[in-house]
Design a protein around this ligand. Structure first.
Ligand code: ADP
Ligand code: MG
Length: 627
């Protein structure tokens, strides 16, 4: 048996093109060849199961072997093998409709995956790293003869009698001079670990030495001996291929540790399992988030039939869930997936909304099952939920039933519960319910206490997403306004009809205003005399809610550049009914008046952490003087 021929791809130049354009990503040759080998092993198993093969199956195994001297990498399997006819059919007639189309399109291709995927060139990726590729194979079919195929990367090939004596295939790569890096053990190990860690058939790469018990020595101590065993690089049954009912929490946690050895235990997880209208399995974990979000993104790994594809799952997983960890496996996503494929594929869009729904259902279930446990995890979960509500309408519709609001007393309420809690007492004269919140409870403590004294509830909105969440709530909730606790004096946070009047006459007000304006003498501060309860603070410094939000947005790059450039401006509210004001009025000399006013202003600044530097030093020495 000897045959020479031409690979029918209608173009002379295909291999140089493949080599040149796939060069950047050339490590995927190993992924392609190992997954072909795995396929071959699984096919023979299936044939046996269907009764179409009755011979010995043997232990399924794929082996990758390195020969540094001969400069070869060999990928062997005991799969179904190929006859010479099959080689011609599957290998020679490169499976794409038109080589001219390929040549036309390769110029615009962005990555190797795109080309390989589009034109079914999995096997041919071998030429990215080889001068010569050899196949030695023996088919499972009765009476099959071993066959050998050799090709040097030109369009001519040779088929001769082969030398394999057992069923299966060896793919022998004669590594080219530019690719000698792949002749290093650690390099191949790295690639196998990346793509093959969870392949469904054992993958052997060399051997390893292990210590085994070997009786006892003269003193009765246990002895051990070194034994050489196969170095199997993969776990063939990762947990996502099993049924949830067969798995314990420990299994899920152990798998998490295997994926992310340096991470804290996750909060909870979701086992995905669909077969219609697309196939998808996987386990998604909710991690305990650290402050550095960027570091924690892009941790989800995408597999196709247990072959690792990528950890760029941007288009499959909704943006707001990119902080989840775990694995997704879908045979509907081709091995050689490319960015543009993901964006265009309708299955991918379905996967996206399926995951959104699953996550929402899981959260609802956790909430229903054990509200207390759910509340305890809320600080961590809340970030995802709020981000999801802000960014995905569909998720918002579901999440509004299990999203929680937390107040400064660390009590949790659903949106509905909270509305019921405050709707009567925190109602302003225009019929708007006012939610009061703090984004920095330590700094705003004096404001929170003043609000609490008036029996107002104060919500905690101090997570990184809360700036957006506040706006979101205001848009979604009817007749509801949100005000930051330090946006005005407590009694004016909610504009009710029962305002206290100032006891001061017009002249007195004018005088007090002058004294304070002189005492402050800084740009950006506007003094105002207001009638408040005598028990409230004498001086309160606030920043208008609207102005502050605009500035916050400008800072986050929200396009409010105009506001961003405005100087900070504050309102200084003087409580006309406080006894300090009476004291200032009755003080004879201007010097004492100024000192008292300055001291009261500094106290207000101090309460808000706004008193620093030279002003703080001056305040301290003035205070010492006053004692
Ligand atoms: P794909 O895997 O997408 O079909 P490839 O180019 O990777 O495309 O492989 C082409 C075909 O060659 C396979 O479909 C299979 O029929 C055959 N083949 C490749 N490698 C092997 C192998 N190790 N054992 C048996 N058949 C193989
Ligand atoms: Mg393939």
């Amino acid at each position: 048996m000897e045959e020479k021929g031409t690979i029918s791809i209608h173009t002379e130049n295909i291999f140089p093109i493949i080599k040149k354009f796939l060069y950047s990503d050339n490590e995927i040759f190993l992924r392609e060849l190992v997954s072909n080998a795995v396929d071959a092993v699984q096919k023979i198993k299936r044939l046996a199961a269907l009764g179409q093969y009755s011979g010995e199956l043997g232990n399924p195994l794929v082996e990758v072997a390195l020969d540094k001297e001969k400069k070869t990498i060999t990928i062997s399997d005991n799969g179904l093998g190929m006859t010479a006819e099959e080689i011609k059919k599957y290998i020679n007639q490169v499976a794409f409709s038109g080589a001219s189309e390929f040549v036309e399109k390769f110029k615009d291709a962005k990555d190797a995956n795109e080309i390989i995927g589009k034109f079914g060139l999995g096997f041919y990726s071998a030429f990215m790293v080889s001068d010569l590729v050899e196949i030695q194979t023996l088919s499972y079919q009765e009476g099959a003869e071993p066959a050998r195929w050799v090709c040097d990367g030109s369009t001519t090939f040779e088929i001769t009698e082969g030398s394999r004596t057992t069923r299966g295939t060896d793919i022998i790569l004669h590594v080219n001079a530019e690719s000698e890096e792949f002749l290093e053990t650690f390099k191949l190990e790295g690639i196998l670990d990346k793509y093959g860690k969870f392949l469904p058939v054992p993958i052997k790469f060399g051997t390893k030495t292990e210590q085994e018990p070997d009786g006892e020595d003269e003193e009765g101590k246990p002895k051990s001996k070194s034994v050489e065993t196969d170095n199997i690089i993969n776990t063939t049954n990762p947990i996502w291929t099993k049924a949830p009912a067969d798995l314990s929490d420990e299994d899920y946690l152990a798998f998490y540790k295997q994926l992310y050895p340096f991470s804290e235990d996750p909060l909870f997880w979701i086992h995905l399992n669909v077969d219609y209208p697309f196939n998808l399995t996987g386990v998604l974990y909710f991690p305990k988030l650290k402050n550095d979000f960027e570091m924690q993104r892009n941790k989800i790994r995408l597999f196709s039939r247990q072959v690792f594809i990528t950890d760029e799952v941007k288009d499959i997983v909704p943006e707001f869930l990119m902080l989840l960890h775990g694995v997704i496996d879908s045979p509907d996503i081709p091995l050689n997936v490319s960015r543009s494929f993901l964006q265009a594929d309708s299955n991918v869009k379905k996967i996206n909304s399926y995951i959104t729904k699953k996550v929402a259902d899981k959260l609802q279930e956790l909430y229903n099952k054990d509200r207390k446990a759910y509340e305890e995890k809320w600080t961590d979960i809340g970030l995802f939920v709020k981000y999801g509500m802000v960014s995905e309408e569909k998720f918002n519709d579901k999440a509004k039933d299990f999203a929680l609001l937390t107040n400064t007393k660390n009590e949790h309420y659903t949106l509905e519960e909270y509305h019921d809690k405050v709707k009567d007492f925190q109602l302003d004269k225009n019929g708007q319910v006012v939610y009061i919140y703090s984004n920095d409870p330590a700094k705003q403590d004096s404001f929170i206490q003043s609000a609490n004294k008036l029996e107002y509830d104060v919500l905690l909105m101090n997570s990184p997403i809360d700036n957006h969440f506040v706006q979101h709530l205001e848009q979604k909730l009817e007749k509801t306004a949100l005000k930051r606790v330090d946006s005005s004096v407590a009694s004016k946070l909610i504009d009710k009809d029962d305002q206290v009047e100032s006891v001061l006459t017009e002249d007195q007000s004018k005088k007090v205003k002058e004294v304070f304006e002189k005492a402050i003498s800084k740009p950006g501060y506007t003094v105002e005399i207001v009638g408040l309860n005598p028990e409230e603070l004498p001086v309160t410094i606030t920043m208008d809610e609207f102005m502050r939000r605009m500035k916050d947005m400008a800072q986050m790059g929200g396009g409010m550049g105009f506001y961003g450039n405005m100087p900070d401006s504050y309102k200084v509210a003087i409580n006309g009914n406080h006894k300090l004001v009476a004291k200032i009025l009755s003080a004879g000399d201007e010097d004492t008046q100024a000192k008292l006013a300055r001291q009261a202003v500094d106290l207000a600044l101090l309460a808000q952490g706004m008193l620093t530097g030279a002003e703080l030093t001056a305040f301290v020495s003035r205070s010492v003087e006053l004692i």
